[in-house]
Ligand binder design. Structure first.
Ligand code: GAL
Length: 438
């Protein structure tokens, strides 16, 4: 088994590889591989039978809509199996990950759990907590249906350790169309400075908190967006392999910009979940929210229409960049019903499953053979961006950093939210990098 540091370095390297190669897949879909192998893995018609306990953090509201779409199909395709929902509420796994860690530690694994492609998954692999699922990926069509770079992020020493369900974009600003109109804003700001000038206009129009934030992980995600804007693709990606110093002048500038952005935002409580912030945009209490594109599901849930009620743009300064994360599902070591798990993984990885799930979730299919024309405007744009843009890995959602490093960054960001001490945040971030990069 590869060591943590080697694995982290490999992931950082993959970011660069992904930049070029992701652009060459057929994510727009209409030219998808119609001849991809679809041989089912399981031989028992209707599924292996028994309970299949699936652990996610898609427990409520719009988060649950995607899971429900999968469960509906699972019940149809595998009537012998019984889906058992083990979801623990809290966006980004803010509560779920601790429960999962203790269940895995105590040898009480679920039959499958949600993990992020990249550094986070490597944690589970390094600890020997999950099994390879090469047979499932192969039966689904392997590299003929999944981008090679994505499979690389799930692979250690030739073994593939999970089945990706979707790809989310984390550098998106969601905006309330009416609030912008009232403030006289009709252009997309080109950089952070122009965006903050627009926030002044929003304030002048009577909305006191132009930007909305929620609890700590949403702040980490906002900081990550500012780091991408201020450091650029190479500078940002270098943060994860030691090439960019966390106490460099560019990071200091980013922390300064992040502090300025927070001065336009509401005061959040630590435990506020992301819908609190996204709903502020929906309700016109804020103009903007930086959130992953699971926000689309929230707009849909509240009956809001793109163009008429909401609009989006890449976080200013990050146009041409796709801040990437992917959910993927595992076969834990010691799972009680591995046959049932494989039924679940086959469903997650099927074209039908990916279409149903991603339509409800706001993300785009990890598979390259699901037609783009089956999706609404936002997702078609995201598919194009994933194909054309440069790809970087999300910090807040497990692609760029390990669980432990993410926890250290979150502690630093939470402390900063109270103190607003820029020097302290820079030195805490630098200490976290030193500790986790070795
Ligand atoms: C991410 C996850 C997404 C979405 C989001 C908000 O970590 O990958 O699918 O659930 O958290 O909870």
């Amino acid at each position: 088994m590869r060591s943590r540091n080697v694995a982290s370095a490999a992931i950082a390297g993959l970011v660069a590889v992904a930049l070029a190669a992701c652009g060459s897949n057929t994510q727009t879909g209409d030219t998808g591989n119609a001849n991809a192998p679809t041989t089912p893995l399981q031989t028992t018609s209707g599924g292996a039978g028994g309970d299949v306990g699936v652990f996610t953090w898609w427990a409520a509201g719009s988060e649950k809509a995607g899971l429900d779409a999968l469960v509906k199909l699972f019940n149809e395709k595998y009537p012998n199996d019984k889906f058992v929902n083990l979801a623990v509420a809290g966006g980004a796994g803010s509560n779920a990950k601790a429960k999962l860690a203790s269940d895995l530690q105590n040898n009480q694994p679920p039959d499958s759990f949600q993990g992020h492609a990249g550094a986070e998954l490597l944690d589970y692999i390094d600890k020997g907590q999950i099994e390879p699922v090469n047979d499932v990926i192969k039966a689904l069509g392997g590299e003929s249906v999944f981008p090679k770079d994505l499979l690389d992020r799930l692979t250690v020493e030739g073994n593939i350790y999970s089945v990706p369900s979707n790809i989310h974009r984390a550098n998106v600003v969601w905006a309330n169309a009416a609030v912008l109109k009232k403030a006289g804003i009709n252009e997309v700001p080109k950089d952070l400075k122009a965006w903050m000038a627009d926030m002044d206009k929003v304030k002048a129009s009577g909305v006191s908190t132009p930007l909305s934030v929620s609890g700590t992980w949403t702040q980490v995600q906002l900081l990550e967006n500012v780091l991408i804007a201020d450091l650029g693709v190479d500078g940002y990606s270098g943060l994860f392999d030691g090439k960019t110093k966390w106490d460099s002048d560019q990071v200091k500038q980013a922390v300064g910009d992040y502090k300025k952005l927070l001065s336009y935002a509401n005061t959040a409580s630590d435990g506020d979940d992301w819908p609190v912030a996204t709903d502020m945009v929906i309700d016109g209490k804020a103009a903007y929210n930086v959130m992953g594109d699971w926000a689309v599901a929230e707009f849909n849930d509240k009956g809001k229409k793109q163009g008429q009620d909401w609009t989006w743009f890449p976080t200013p300064g990050t146009d041409g960049v796709f801040d990437f994360l992917a959910d993927s599902f595992t076969l834990p070591k010691g799972a009680k019903n591995p046959g049932g798990t494989k039924d679940w993984l086959m469903l997650i990885g099927s074209a039908e499953g990916q279409k149903a799930f991603n339509l409800a979730k706001g993300s785009i299919p990890a598979r390259t053979d699901v037609p783009a024309s089956d999706f609404p405007a936002y997702q078609q744009d995201a598919m194009k961006a994933f194909k054309d843009n440069k790809i970087v890995s999300s910090i807040a959602h497990g692609a760029a950093v390990s669980l432990a490093w993410n926890a250290d960054i979150s502690t630093a960001v939470s402390k900063f939210y109270a103190s607003k001490d820029e020097n302290q945040l820079v030195s805490d971030l630098a200490a976290a990098a030193k500790k986790n990069l070795g």
